[in-house]
Design a protein. Structure first.
Length: 115
């Protein structure tokens, strides 16, 4: 459960990311007659604007995976793989704020521990 305003913001962003992407994914599946991963990826490059947004997302996603792995190890955060799974099975827009929430809580725990 979030404890600070920042943690509540991370939680709200994860919820917004879930429902925001869900709406577009459902619309895509309806229009495509099912969820075709190949067509979904191709749609990300359907025109220059979509391609630019897709590349922006892919670079941010790769950066997140590298950074979050290192950060999770450094902070002894368990189950880093869950954020990877959420990234690819749900949405990066859900995984990133969830990781930030868990990281913030872990930093709180570390800072509250007796020296």
């Amino acid at each position: 459960m979030p404890r600070t305003p920042r943690q509540w913001l991370y939680a709200a962003l994860a919820v917004a990311g879930f429902f925001g992407t869900l709406a577009f994914n459902l619309q895509f599946a309806r229009e495509a007659g099912g969820f075709d991963v190949g067509a979904f990826v191709a749609g990300g490059f359907a025109n220059p604007a979509a391609g630019s947004l897709t590349m922006d997302l892919l670079v941010a996603l790769a950066s997140f995976l590298v950074w979050s792995y290192s950060e999770a190890r450094q902070l002894a955060m368990r189950r880093w793989w869950v954020y990877v799974a959420v990234t690819f099975l749900v949405a990066f827009a859900v995984a990133f704020p969830l990781f930030l929430l868990a990281r913030d809580r872990r930093l709180e725990e570390r800072d509250a521990a007796p020296a």
